[in-house]
Design a protein around this ligand. Structure first.
Ligand SMILES: Cc1cc2nc3c(=O)[nH]c(=O)nc-3n(C[C@H](O)[C@H](O)[C@H](O)COP(=O)(O)O)c2cc1C
Length: 328
């Protein structure tokens, strides 16, 4: 499949998640078969002002596979300028955030608030398209609330303005992350536009990925929370979709721990040990969920400060679980 002129291999992408999908996690997921990945959301205004932290957030030198850089903002000119500046980081394309529900973003007219003004959504897409010679995708929700589920209208405006693909998270802004995603609205968008549609919301493994593709007719799925502590989800989905429904077993204990250690080692390389270990705490808790002794290990994960702490934790988790390795 192609998004603009970019060839995409595989049918499951990693969803952008602020505080999660940094270069280290994107790389791990790409290695396990994510078709493409998306950065954490980047503020167009902060890029304009030359904010160093924002540049670091957008950095993608350690990435593998296509990476889309996600921008948020409410002003077409500012979004276009930011995209132009960020070209030097060489993303595969840009993704426009039209889904973020948090008051800090939506309260300023960005993220999901853009969906209240479909015409403006189109203006943003057009401005960014004109500024950069790369594919531009849009990530939206079903709509603002139950009374305003206008994803179809917004998707059409974006397509007309030149969007190369549309991703729909089947919840409204009002729903935040609660309840079930409405896959019907994804199907309606797929029927309304000709560019590729990426379905998002509640895909957590091979079976739900297949269900999403079948029930909505979407071209690809995007996985968010299902990838937390579980980057193997992409390998599982790919095997299930390509090899006549092969169900791969979950990773063994050694693979799990080696992957977690590599992921966090890469974080340390990219951000420095102290900051990386603070940020690694939540990842460690996700990776260790369900293992023997998980409650105590997760408590220790919450106190990680150094790579040496991490190595001791990995060793102790291995010792406590090794006899169950075959059954993991
Ligand atoms: C911790 C977290 C951070 C998120 N950050 C972003 C973001 O920066 N940009 C965005 O478009 N969506 C963001 N999302 C939404 C996800 O990309 C996705 O649309 C949502 O989680 C539904 O997919 P899922 O059911 O596969 O998790 C975030 C979600 C979570 C849980």
């Amino acid at each position: 499949m192609k998004i603009g002129n970019i060839e995409i291999t595989g049918r499951a992408a990693l969803a952008p998640m602020a505080g999660v999908t940094d270069a280290a996690f994107r790389r791990v997921c790409a290695r396990f078969g994510a078709a493409y990945t998306v950065t954490e959301m980047i503020s167009a205004r902060a890029v304009e002002f030359g904010d160093k932290k924002t540049w670091a957030l957008a950095s993608m030198e350690k990435d593998v596979g296509p990476v889309f850089l996600q921008l948020f903002g409410e002003d077409p000119a500012s979004m276009a300028q930011a995209a132009e500046k960020l070209m030097e980081l060489r993303p595969a394309g840009f993704d426009i955030n039209m889904g973020c529900p948090v008051p800090k973003i939506a309260g300023n007219g960005a993220g999901s608030a853009l969906m209240k003004d479909p015409e403006k959504c189109g203006k943003i897409v057009r401005a960014v398209k004109e500024a950069v010679d790369l594919p531009v995708t849009v990530k939206m929700r079903a709509g603002w609330d139950a009374a305003h589920k206008n994803a179809v209208e917004v998707a059409k405006c974006c397509e007309q303005a030149g969007a190369d693909a549309i991703c729909v998270h089947g919840r409204t802004r009002e729903e935040m992350y609660r309840g079930h995603a409405d896959w019907e609205i994804i199907r309606a968008v797929k029927e309304a536009v000709r560019v590729p549609v990426i379905g998002n919301g509640d895909v957590v493994g091979a079976q739900s990925a297949r269900n999403m593709l079948m029930e909505t007719g979407c071209d690809m799925v995007m996985v968010g929370r299902g990838a937390l502590g579980n980057p193997w989800v992409f390998r599982e989905i790919n095997a299930y979709l390509t090899d006549s429904c092969t169900i791969l077993p979950p990773p063994g204990l050694s693979e799990l721990l080696v992957t977690m250690r590599r992921h966090m080692g890469l974080m340390a390389e990219l951000k420095g040990e102290g900051r990386a270990m603070r940020e690694a705490r939540k990842h460690a808790a996700w990776y260790l969920k369900g293992l023997r002794g998980a409650a105590e290990f997760r408590r220790r994960a919450g106190q990680l400060c150094t790579l040496a702490d991490l190595d001791r934790l990995v060793e102790d988790v291995y010792k406590a679980n090794k006899e169950t390795e075959e059954t993991l």
